[in-house]
Design a binder for this molecule. Sequence first.
Ligand SMILES: [Zn+2]
Ligand SMILES: [Zn+2]
Length: 210
Amino acid sequence: MNTHCLRCTRALWHDEPAICRHCETLTSRQLRELPALFQHADQTAALFKTRTLDAGGSGQPAHGSPVRLAVLDLTANGGTVARLQAIEDAWRQALAWDMGADRRRTDIAGVATFLTNNLRWACENYGEIADDLATIARLHSQLSGILTGERPARTFAAYCDQDGCGGQMAITLWTRTATCSECGTRYEGTELKHLRTEFDEPASGGRTAA
Ligand SMILES: [Zn+2]
Ligand SMILES: [Zn+2]
């Protein structure tokens, strides 16, 4: 019999067998917020990919920044949805239910709904629940960090593409317009997205022939 919450170590009430209601409520809120957070990260990943393809058309992946790697890792196959589905599968097994079909990479709403609907059961009956709550909290925090730009490299340098101008502009993923302080050229929307940035391959003197 547990006397303290397996997640936060608060003393348990008699009707809380393993996880306190506080932790359960917190997790429930995190699960509710996950779909919107994931969609934001996925849009950010799409933006990164556009930028990579446009950068000189070399087709080679640009250097990874911590933000870019986190975004791509969380939204890729094997990312957020797969990690949550591993929890879903384990709960299904413990409940002796059929395994669900493999979820699509973007089926965050489906997996979050399953976990929400069975959260009370898991908090009361599932042995590995503390690990699962930690995984959900970690994913929530990583995705929130992308949304709020808390992670490193909130701003990054974009390079002016006018001939002979070495100007730099500090922008974020959400910057709409920027003006080069060296030559005064103004960039807007997609023009801005097409500029080389500090995350892209360094400019080389001569293009490598294919
Ligand atoms: Zn707790
Ligand atoms: Zn310039």
